[in-house]
Ligand binder design. Sequence first.
Ligand code: DGY
Length: 317
Amino acid sequence: MKVFITQKLPGNCESLLMKKGIVTETYKSDDIISKSYLIKKIKNVDALICLLTNKIDKEVIDNMSSCKVISNVAVGFNNIDIEYAKLKKIVVTNTPGILTDTTADLAVSLILACARRIAESDQFMRARKFKKWMPQLMLGLDLKGKTVGIIGAGRIGQEVAARLKSFKTKIIYSSITRKLDFEKNLGSIKVSLNYLMRNSDYITVHVPFNKSTFHLLNKQNLTLMKKDAVIVNTSRGEVIEETALIELLKNKKIFAAGLDVYENEPNINPELLKLKNIILLPHIGSATIETRSKMSFLAAKNVISVLKNGKAINPVN
Ligand code: DGY
């Protein structure tokens, strides 16, 4: 049995696969593998371990005739045509749960960094502009007593809320379904998306990207935000209409934004780079040594489980 891995992964997932008698081949370069080379490499494999940067579309799937499982090293799987894979009897798996706390930590870091202008202050220091303490220097915003709006109250959204609750905030959320435990545990209240946009001081986005969440936050509802609101996105860039957000930030219609993901990732709209009231991160939501190793390990375990037992641990299709 053979598995192809589209990039060198942290941790020891290759040795785990080899111990189970599965031959591994890993694309050695740090560049994203080209579609044509990927197609060449997956012709006779039993499994593929891939990343969110690999687009696994119909054409790729049509070239993996012996493949039984596509194991994505991510919780999101919008890079894979899961319906077509299902049609071709290929199981698609993801790595849920293990990156929840790590991603929640980053969302909270972004909220605090935006509220207290951490990145801007750091740049100020490096530019040797700090001459004296001043009563109006780098004034930010408090969290205590403020309203936090959680868009998408899944695992990550709920963990972000739990962390922010300890800052004595009020939690409101928008979600397709009511989350009764979440309401009971944190006193959170389910509201409409427009209500959330209008009434939150801090907004944090945690919905998966799919057809129904493309530009979920758009010109219409982004303009409802308070003048001193902060918005943070650690889910997928396509969920926010980026040009509308840029306009708001440019015209100081909101206080700040923190982005870990982008609409045309990895291409960054140059307008974003000109703004001071934004923090930009290179999609590092799950990027800790511990979590990335666990993600690779779980991706390998999903492959082993399908190839040896015919059943995935974390199927998504
Ligand atoms: C995911 O797992 O979907 C994350 O975005 C990876 O960091």
